[in-house]
Design a protein. Structure first.
Length: 320
């Protein structure tokens, strides 16, 4: 047992590591010990963070990895082309680990479960997605909420829109926007860039997840995490370009090209079914969160500046 409460973060991607940063920033009586769990057992974290290698689809490994946790954060991901097969077993394993530890389970989730809707996205919308990935997300979310309802675990879902920020590369506003512009290339976007689209700063996502894990009012429910004012994708790209000191050049992949590429590319085929999010207004409401908790999202200009700074610092690293 640790002398301080133990928080276990499963997944060492951009969201998981942002949660680690948020937990490590706690001081005094709120200070906690942090453990990161991923398959490799290797993560770019400070020495005071424990790193454990585990395949959480093996429930025995998941239980050992989550042992003694007060809160478990499910920040896992799966290859985009293999969600239907590989994602549910991962979530099931993290759930088993949290249940065995009698820990609060906080799941980092997205908005695919709703499908295409008219008007702002709110938590009371039905989970009626007709896309394959949307159905998978709905299945996983229902499983967690059903376990909470059955008294098997205390759990909550924090849902974010497409996110950006330090360490975020694979998002629609990741490398193809920030990296490209800083390299003097055109930002690559999908859909209609003049439609309003909510984008979430990854550090705000992490702050919200940590808040949800520590407040019993959040448990057993779904929450849209706070995001800064909704902009059009074009406006967002222009802010990034301004901060990067580059011309706001942008290349838009037309729908027919994405669909055509999907004939031979599994990744493009998966992306094609989610184009609806970028071809009409995609505005996410977080009024429910605001009415219950106190967390102001970071203004886009400030968040974009921090993101550009991170991309500049890692630009000489291998893999760019």
């Amino acid at each position: 047992m640790t002398s301080r409460p133990l928080h276990v973060v499963v997944g060492a991607g951009s969201v998981g590591l942002a949660v680690v940063d948020e937990l490590r920033a706690r001081e005094g009586e709120e200070a906690v010990d942090v453990r990161v769990v991923n398959r490799s057992g290797v993560a770019e974290v400070n020495p005071d963070v424990e790193v454990v290698g585990a395949d959480v689809t093996d429930h025995d490994q998941a239980r050992r990895a989550c042992a003694d946790a007060r809160v478990v954060y499910n920040c896992t991901n799966a290859p985009y082309t293999d969600w239907a097969e590989r994602f549910p077993p991962i979530w099931e394993g993290v759930l088993a680990g949290a249940m065995a530890a009698d820990a609060v389970l906080v799941c980092a989730d997205n908005l695919y479960c709703y499908g295409a809707v008219d008007g702002p996205l709110t938590e009371d919308l039905p989970w009626d997605a007709d896309t394959r990935k949307g159905r998978v997300r709905a299945e996983m979310g229902r499983r967690v909420l059903d376990a909470h309802e059955a008294g098997e675990v205390r759990a909550t879902l924090g849902k974010a829109s497409d996110f950006y920020g330090p360490r975020v590369r694979e998002s629609t506003v990741g490398e193809r926007v920030f990296g490209n512009l800083l390299d003097g290339k055109s930002a690559e976007v999908v859909g209609d860039p003049d439609q309003p689209h909510t984008y979430t700063y990854v550090r705000d996502f992490a702050r919200a997840l940590v808040l949800l894990g520590g407040d019993e009012r959040a448990w057993g429910d779904v929450w849209h995490v706070p995001s800064a004012t909704t902009l059009t994708t074009r406006e967002f790209v222009e802010l990034v370009a301004e901060e990067a000191g580059r011309a706001p050049r942008m290349r838009v992949a037309p729908g027919w090209l994405v669909r055509l590429a999907g004939v031979v590319s599994p990744t493009m085929r998966e992306l094609a079914e989610m184009r609806y999010e970028f071809e009409a207004p995609f505005v996410v409401s977080h009024e429910k969160f605001d009415a219950t908790f106190d967390l102001d999202p970071t203004p886009h200009r400030e968040a974009i500046a921090a993101t550009v700074d991170w991309y500049r610092r890692v630009s000489v690293s291998p893999g760019r």
